[in-house]
Design a protein around this ligand. Structure first.
Ligand SMILES: NC(=O)c1ccc[n+]([C@@H]2O[C@H](COP(=O)([O-])OP(=O)(O)OC[C@H]3O[C@@H](n4cnc5c(N)ncnc54)[C@H](OP(=O)(O)O)[C@@H]3O)[C@@H](O)[C@H]2O)c1
Length: 272
């Protein structure tokens, strides 16, 4: 079992837990008896979920507000987790959104902000909590990459590059950590209807995807946790059709990947 057994001191820290995939992963972990540390910026939904899960599953649930794109806020989060005496034995790096526009249009500030949240925060939290897991000989890191990270995507360039980074980091760490009792799993969902489309201006992109590749967050989270329990290095959750639709992109020539990606991700006329 690559997901560690819950204990009184242990917590599963889930970022982006107030919505979508993160919320469903939090639900799945609580269902397995894990105490939780739920993290996002907005407290209202976190507090509601914390109250519901602690009552339903009789587990301890902390809700902590943090802006993970901000280094000082991450320091405060880590200090608060320590102050509460929790040992992070499961880390779920799920908070995220994506920029869907040309790089020139999005501009420096937005691109750097996206990078800080999708890459810097993942590296920071993983580097904070991995040493303790290895020392204790048990732990799991679950990193949300994406099928967008399989190939470069014009008009979604920074996002696809960030998700490729998360996937490469996770798969390489998984291999480095073999034999330590700690696993790192790259979860690569295809399209999932969540708050992501509105937060990212990505509704048009989801509409261009074949309907059968769009899976609910509940299914994606359930498949992801099963893959973690099996000690998998990487997984495309959502079933055989999603795997077949996106997995082979790995082997396509780069020119073809870019041409298809450009057609799929180019903003509708007038929005470029
Ligand atoms: N939905 C998809 O189609 C899809 C596909 C592949 C991969 N993914 C990846 O899956 C992950 C979860 O996405 P989702 O679909 O569940 O999106 P979602 O429903 O929009 O949830 C995003 C979560 O991240 C939190 N968040 C956003 N910015 C944050 C910040 N600066 N600091 C802390 N928390 C922040 C949000 O809460 P607050 O706004 O309150 O902070 C929310 O809890 C993302 O990494 C995404 O890239 C999504």
């Amino acid at each position: 079992m690559a997901l560690p057994e819950p204990s009184d001191e242990s917590t599963a820290l889930v970022t982006g837990a107030s919505s979508g995939i993160g919320e469903q992963l939090a639900r799945g972990l609580a269902d397995r008896g894990h105490g939780l540390t739920l993290v996002a910026r907005g407290m209202e939904r976190l507090d509601r979920l914390a109250a519901e899960l602690s009552k339903k599953h009789k587990v301890r649930v902390d809700a902590i507000s943090a802006d993970l794109a901000d280094g000082a806020s991450r320091d405060e989060l880590a200090a608060e987790v320590e102050r509460r005496g929790r040992e992070v034995e499961v880390l779920v790096n799920c908070a995220g959104y994506g920029i869907y526009s040309s790089f020139l249009d999005s501009g420096r500030e937005k691109e750097v902000h996206q990078l800080r949240l999708l890459v810097e925060a993942v590296v920071d939290l993983t580097a904070r909590y991995l040493p303790g897991m290895v020392e204790r000989g048990r732990g799991a890191v679950i990193n949300l990459s994406s099928t967008a990270g399989i190939q470069p995507l014009p008009y979604n360039a920074g996002y696809s590059a960030a998700k490729a980074y998360v996937d490469f980091l996770s798969e390489a760490l998984h291999t480095e950590l073999r034999g330590t009792g700690v696993t790192v799993t790259s979860v690569m969902p295809g399209p999932v209807r969540t708050g992501f489309q509105e937060a990212s201006g990505a509704e048009y992109f989801a509409e261009r995807m074949p309907g059968m590749t769009i899976k609910p967050a509940e299914r994606v989270a359930a498949d992801a946790l099963r893959a973690v329990e099996r000690g998998r290095r990487a997984t495309i959750p959502g079933g055989a059709f999603v795997k077949m639709a996106f997995g082979p992109n790995r082997f396509a020539p780069r020119g073809l990947q870019l041409a298809v990606g450009k057609r799929l991700a180019a903003p509708p006329d007038g929005e470029e």
